[in-house]
Design a protein around this ligand. Structure first.
Ligand SMILES: [Zn+2]
Length: 385
């Protein structure tokens, strides 16, 4: 019997269009160096003297992937890069970087951004891709509260508003991680509990501001209510897990703490997408392997860990079935972060699969199939694109 030679992996494995499953608006105007650097960190305060946020794994990744798109050599110093960026202007820079990311779809969390940021249509035009909305549950509750609704009517008004807001949306987003953490009662609160909590919240604040002021939704009963209202919509619910800015308690955002909630949601069949996950990517991979409705998304993480992206991605891939892994950039503020996310992902996944193939762990055709499904196929199926 003749042995059939498997073709070798020769060339980039992850070269097709990506679905960016979780991203945000980018700043529309010109940015100075300080503003640019602040978008490269989860920190909210300036660095001490002698330290730069751009002198980091993510900063290196920006200087690796972005300068060639603006006609500079890879690794160009940040000063030169920013000068070239200013010379071309924000419109050209944004179009070039988003185009170079090679996206078919952008699933945009519209909970942050607003004035001074590109609209969803602007992002879609710059990327020459389709943009679809992901609705943030907590922001919507703050909007409903700001409308002057009474505590007795809050629950019904929220459900109605959510129904309208999600007619065109492909998913929902929860920032329970930021507003409380996952050490919360996972059950659906009763209508009486929701009314009482709404009364406390609405009475306590002046006009809700949707941000960090008095209108900020942080009541655990109401957070559970908006989350369960989200599950009721039947769309995939993206949950921020793992690192972020200092507003969250890192110890309380381990996705493993979501296990009781995931068990309660499982009978509904509503997909739950664990975003970011780092440094809990192994816990997230396990959850995706044992719960049929749980998915993991590598967004934000593969950008921030820079040259370690291959190692961190390998940990995501230790247990999670390949059909449960999703790509996103979690880009916010800088168009660079769209390209960096995509380039880091293509490089890390392509490198990982090539190693597995060379080691005999998978055939070339299997490596290609996995590359395609993680890059876009899973997201198309999950979000109904
Ligand atoms: Zn995000």
């Amino acid at each position: 019997m003749t042995q059939i030679e498997e073709p070798q992996v020769d060339g980039p494995l992850v070269d097709g269009p990506l679905v960016d499953g979780h991203c945000h608006a980018v700043a529309a105007g010109r940015l100075g160096r300080d503003a640019f650097e602040l978008f490269l960190t989860e920190a909210s305060v300036p660095t001490p003297a002698g330290v730069s946020y751009a002198d980091s794994p993510l900063g290196l990744a920006v200087r690796r992937w972005c300068p060639p798109v603006l006609d500079l050599p890879a690794g160009a110093p940040l000063e030169e890069y920013l000068a070239r960026r200013a010379e071309l202007g924000p419109g050209v820079v944004c179009r070039r970087l988003l185009d170079a990311a090679g996206l078919s779809h952008l699933l945009v969390d519209t909970g942050i951004g607003g004035e001074g940021f590109l609209s969803m249509a602007g992002l879609a035009a710059a990327a020459a891709a389709e943009a679809r909305e992901v609705v943030r549950l907590e922001s919507l509750a703050e909007r409903v509260a700001a409308s002057g609704v009474s505590a007795d009517d809050f629950a019904e008004a929220y459900v109605d508003t959510l129904e309208v807001a999600t007619r065109e949306a492909v998913g929902l987003k929860s920032i329970l991680a930021y507003r409380h953490g996952f050490d919360v009662d996972p059950t659906r609160p009763s209508p009486a509990e929701v009314r009482a909590a709404a009364r406390r919240w609405l009475d306590a604040g002046s006009a809700p501001d949707g941000g960090s002021g008095s209108g900020r939704l942080a009541d655990p009963v109401l957070l559970r209510f908006v989350l369960w209202s989200g599950f009721d919509r039947g769309l995939p619910v993206q949950v921020h897990t793992g690192f972020g800015d200092r507003d969250l308690s890192l110890a309380a955002v381990n996705p493993a703490l979501l296990q009781p909630l995931l068990s309660l949601v499982e009978p509904t069949g509503v997909p739950v997408v664990l975003l970011h996950c780092y440094p809990y990517q192994r816990q997230a991979g396990w959850l995706a392997s044992v719960f049929p409705h749980v998915y993991v998304d590598v967004g934000l993480t593969l950008s921030h860990v820079g040259a370690r992206a291959g190692a961190v991605l390998a940990e995501f891939c230790e247990l999670a079935p390949f059909g449960k892994l999703l790509y996103s950039s979690d880009a916010y503020g800088l168009a660079e972060l769209y390209l960096v996310g995509a380039a880091q992902f293509r490089h890390a996944l392509g490198g990982l699969l090539a190693i597995w193939h060379r080691d005999g762990a998978m055939t070339a055709s299997e490596a290609e199939r996995v590359a395609g499904t993680v890059a876009a196929g899973n997201a198309r199926r999950l979000y109904g694109l």
